[in-house]
Design a protein around this ligand. Structure first.
Ligand code: SF4
Ligand code: SF4
Ligand code: FES
Length: 237
């Protein structure tokens, strides 16, 4: 099988360029396996990974033009092009700078607590078992987010309105905190202020997400709560 890999060192190269070479095909080979073979047998390439099993979210790249986790992208015995994840600055070759994306997620992920949890306060006073049960499945999916950033690449809301929309990965962290009984932040107001109604609910993020995070269901959950409180902005779509 043939690989075309984009290389670029912003410190020395005037522009990105491609290197090509053939590596041995086998059934079940992933883009990550293939780039590793290329790196060890043909020419060194900078790429990032840790888990090899769609958990760490570090191996996101454009595989034949589509945002994918390389460790989860099966390749056939033809020619494949690997490029850095679109929308992020390239650090080197396939490694991109996700520090701003990570910072925004970390910011949304901070639990706001009014008092420390002790044995006596382990069950929050406002805990509602029925509501918890109803949201349980959604919550399990939210927890699976690998923070890979694939959902940012083709999001029309981000492309059209980057200033006013935080992004899908950040929004699901906000939803996760809303379902957290210990968190006392007003996450619905935060979601609306972060552009919940800028999202056009196209479902592209559902399609690219290898963790099967059900974005559209989460947007519906947040919108229903915003509507119940009369927080729908005038520009809502
Ligand atoms: S929601 Fe899915 S695509 Fe987006 S960062 Fe999380 S795992 Fe990646
Ligand atoms: S559903 Fe919303 S967040 Fe997802 S890709 Fe479309 S506009 Fe972006
Ligand atoms: S190597 Fe961890 S998600 Fe691909």
């Amino acid at each position: 099988m043939k690989l075309r890999i984009q290389k670029y060192n912003p410190q020395v190269d005037a522009a990105p360029y491609y290197v090509e070479g053939e590596v041995a095909f086998r059934e079940g080979i992933t883009a990550l396996d293939a780039v590793y073979l290329f790196h060890t047998e043909i020419e060194p390439v900078n790429f990032d990974y840790a888990c090899g099993g769609r958990i760490c979210g570090r191996c996101g790249a454009m595989v034949d033009g589509e945002p994918k986790l390389m460790c989860f992208a099966l390749l056939d015995d033809s020619t494949h092009t690997l490029e850095p994840l679109k929308g992020f600055d390239v650090i080197r070759d396939l490694v991109v700078d996700k520090s701003e994306f990570d910072r925004r997620i970390a910011e949304a992920d901070v639990r706001i607590m009014l008092e420390p949890v002790t044995e006596e306060t382990a069950a929050p006073a406002d805990f509602n078992a029925d509501e918890h049960e109803a949201n349980y499945d959604l919550m399990m999916y939210l927890e699976r987010c690998a923070r890979c950033g694939l959902c940012t690449v083709k999001c029309p809301a981000l492309q059209l309105n980057k200033e006013n929309y935080v992004g899908a990965a950040e929004m699901i962290q906000i939803a996760f905190k809303d379902m957290d009984w210990y968190d006392k932040g007003d996450r619905i107001a935060q979601a609306v202020g972060s552009g919940l109604y800028r999202c056009i609910r196209c479902g592209v993020c559902d399609e690219v997400c290898t963790q099967q995070v059900p974005h559209l269901k989460i947007w519906a959950y947040l919108r229903a709560k915003a509507e119940a409180r009369g927080l729908v902005p005038s520009y809502a779509v």
